[in-house]
Design a protein around this ligand. Structure first.
Ligand SMILES: [Ca+2]
Ligand SMILES: [Ca+2]
Length: 156
């Protein structure tokens, strides 16, 4: 499974390198927008249950939220096993403090990782079989860049 994720990441990084970036001022070129709420969460799932996403936090969301800042929601389906979710923050010339949260299908917070600036985040949580969960990526200190973060998920 590790090899699979590594392969997916390599493919995504290559695709990102040749794609025009930061074209859309509202989304920063994030192809997962609009995903600024639970209702608009983008579904992530592969046949093997592993995920690998490149997206970014950039400026104001396409739909207004309480904070008026970009945040990204993703939906995954539990498979009755431990799942490890990691957020690799983008490189930037300034400090970035991105945090990671996990919610259940009733929007209750069930896990989080809130390390400080320039630290990656990780959540390991048992996900009930066939239950929906939501991953939230946001910027703690209102720092944004069109540089992509890497969100991965894999069964443990
Ligand atoms: Ca985004
Ligand atoms: Ca968003």
């Amino acid at each position: 499974m590790k090899k699979l994720v590594a392969g997916m990441l390599t493919a995504l990084v290559l695709a990102s390198a040749v794609a025009p970036h930061g074209v859309n001022a509202a989304t920063g070129g994030d192809s997962y927008e609009n995903n600024d709420s639970f209702a608009d969460a983008k579904r992530l799932q592969t046949a093997f249950g592993a995920i690998a996403v490149l997206a970014n936090l950039w400026g104001t969301p396409t739909r207004s939220t309480a904070t008026g800042e970009d945040e990204d929601f993703f939906e995954i389906l539990g498979r009755g096993q431990n799942f490890e979710i990691t957020l690799q923050i983008p490189s930037a010339s300034f400090a970035l403090d991105y945090d990671l949260e996990l919610y259940d299908e009733n929007y209750n917070l069930v896990g989080f990782s809130r390390n400080g600036s320039n630290k990656d985040e990780k959540i390991v949580k048992y996900l009930d079989n066939r239950k929906k969960y939501y991953i939230r990526v946001y910027s703690y200190l209102s720092h944004f860049t069109t540089n992509d973060y890497v969100l991965t998920g894999i069964a443990r």
